[in-house]
Design a protein around this ligand. Structure first.
Ligand code: NDP
Length: 480
């Protein structure tokens, strides 16, 4: 796309990764064949088939759960907590050592800019293992009872937007608390989970402690509904989250759900506009907007609306959309043809319902799945683009006059995952934060993540927390 300055291409080399033509499942410490029909995984920026990946059937999932149960009973459960911590430290260090390989593979399989996989996804994934490694032998000091115990086997299903990072969010706390794992990565992004399986081998993690079963939704259903799974952890759509809650209801399984969002990013008239614009861009265009906590609803105080929108459009005009492997790229490819179709469908509603659509000039690549950064103004709270999660680089701008109106509009959503506030007044930030029904509220920043900080939502954004001391509770039994 046209930009203020032209940059010479700065492509990251893909020679560091060695993608195999096909992959099996990782069960009981080894790669084995799956009995379902294999799936192809493609590079969404080029539509090139990267590899063929096994699909786990009910029988394969059963094998994985049995391996996880054996490992829990014989090795991982009885192991000294400090020794478990050593394995987690080892995994964290190996992730750091092979960081470049993970970043390149993530970008090829997911379509996100290499700058983000290199600077955000992979370092944060390692940080989650470091953080939880430290907890492994201190659980009795976590405020969760004098002798908290692991639950057993965790069945975990993750989405495609942060494939390695979501794996780390799920596996690190499960292992640190003494549980074993069967994890299903998303169908369109299985490759970094399979590389992580190699890390488990390299770290000499006892067989069965981590099992990776690839496949589509049916494989996920088999994981969460297996009778010998004690804990289910899911990140993904609200619709599938609901189906999982129904499947788990009436069983002894513990459940955490991290689902969608429609976060308000609130800009007051005293906010420094240039900084707020950076935060708005980071809030909605980070990871192509494939972010459950994305700041997809911009609430701007009416008196500064025109200035903010003008500054935002200028800034968006400088974003570089294109080859995710180029180190200068700001926005990469949409993860799949299905997701692109969904974004197109929802943005079409925006126009027919009367909102005004703005996109920067410039062309998109011919091959692959692409969508320009998009801003809708003249949006009313009843519009679908103000209510539904688009999960793409699409921002809806609404206005407000008073702080009370801002709070009412921000909370006028079926979701409650995150929110942002931009203001110079600390007192206003504290007062408004208190009134927002959102699990995470950022002040004068957006989309900041840290393993020490709990993350999770209210209402249809799900329940339970991941990260921090609070996140450990989901994997522990505190009763005696
Ligand atoms: P899904 O919720 O379908 O996928 C999430 C994970 O669940 C994937 O691994 C998926 O497998 C698996 N899955 C699908 N069906 C079942 C089932 N019945 N039981 C158990 N596991 C299942 O999300 P989509 O990829 O379809 O995305 C659709 C929309 O969901 C997006 O447009 C976005 O709005 C939202 N979303 C929200 C996310 C978040 O972080 N909150 C993340 C991803 C999507 P498979 O990959 O084969 O489908």
């Amino acid at each position: 796309m046209t930009s203020l300055f032209e940059y010479a291409p700065a492509p990251e080399s893909r020679s560091i990764v060695d993608i195999r033509p096909s992959y099996g499942l990782f069960v009981d410490g080894e790669f084995t064949d799956g009995t379902g029909t294999p799936l192809k995984t493609v590079n969404p920026a080029t539509e090139e088939v990267l590899s063929e990946v096994a699909t786990g059937s009910d029988a394969d999932v059963d094998r994985a759960v049995r391996a996880a149960r054996r490992a829990f009973v014989k090795v991982w459960g009885p192991m000294r907590p400090a020794d478990r911590g050593k394995y987690l430290f080892r995994i964290a260090r190996l992730l750091q050592e092979r960081a470049r390989e993970f970043a390149v593979l993530e970008t090829l399989d997911n379509g996100k800019p290499i700058r983000e996989s290199r600077d955000v996804d992979v370092p944060l994934a390692a940080a989650h293992f470091f953080y939880h490694a430290g907890w492994a032998d201190k659980l009795e000091h976590a405020g969760l009872g004098p002798a908290p115990r692991p639950l057993g086997v965790a069945g975990q299903v993750i989405p495609w937007n942060f494939p390695l990072l979501m794996l780390a969010w799920k596996i690190a706390p499960a292992l640190a608390t003494g549980n074993t794992v069967v994890l299903k990565p998303a169908e369109t992004t299985p490759l970094t989970a399979l590389l992580f399986a190699e890390i488990c081998q390299q770290a000499d993690l006892p067989p069965g402690v981590v099992n990776i079963v690839t496949g589509a939704g049916e494989t996920g259903r088999a994981v969460i509904s297996h009778p010998d799974v004690d804990k289910v952890a899911f990140t993904g759509s609200t619709e599938v989250g609901r189906a999982i809650a129904r499947a788990v209801a009436g069983t002894e399984k513990r459940l955490t759900l991290e689902l969608g969002g429609k976060a308000a990013n609130i800009v007051f008239d005293d906010a420094p506009i240039d900084q707020a614009v950076e935060g708005i861009v980071r809030g909605i265009f980070f990871n192509q907007g494939h972010v459950c906590c994305a700041g997809s609803r911009l609430l701007v105080q009416e008196s500064v609306h025109d200035d903010v929108v003008a500054a935002l459009q200028r800034r968006i005009g400088t974003l570089r959309v294109g080859d995710p492997m180029d180190k200068n790229t700001d926005l990469g490819a949409i993860n799949s043809a299905e997701q692109l179709a969904r974004i197109r469908e929802l943005t079409a509603f925006g126009e027919t319902e009367g909102a005004t659509c703005w996109q920067p000039d410039g062309d998109l690549p011919d091959r692959g799945f692409w969508f320009k950064p998009t801003v809708f103004t003249d949006v009313s709270p009843a519009h679908r683009i103000a209510r539904d999660e688009v999960f793409g680089p699409v921002l809806s701008v609404l206005t407000f006059r008073t702080p009370d109106e801002a709070v009412a509009k921000a909370n006028n959503t079926t979701y409650g995952l995150s929110a942002g506030i931009w203001s110079e007044k600390g007192s206003r930030i504290l007062k408004v934060t208190d009134q927002l029904r959102a699990g995470v509220v950022w002040a004068n920043t957006f989309n900041e993540f840290d393993p020490t900080s709990p993350f999770g939502g209210y209402k249809q954004s799900g329940y339970g927390r991941e990260g921090g001391r609070q996140g450990l509770a989901a994997y522990l039994r505190s009763d005696s």
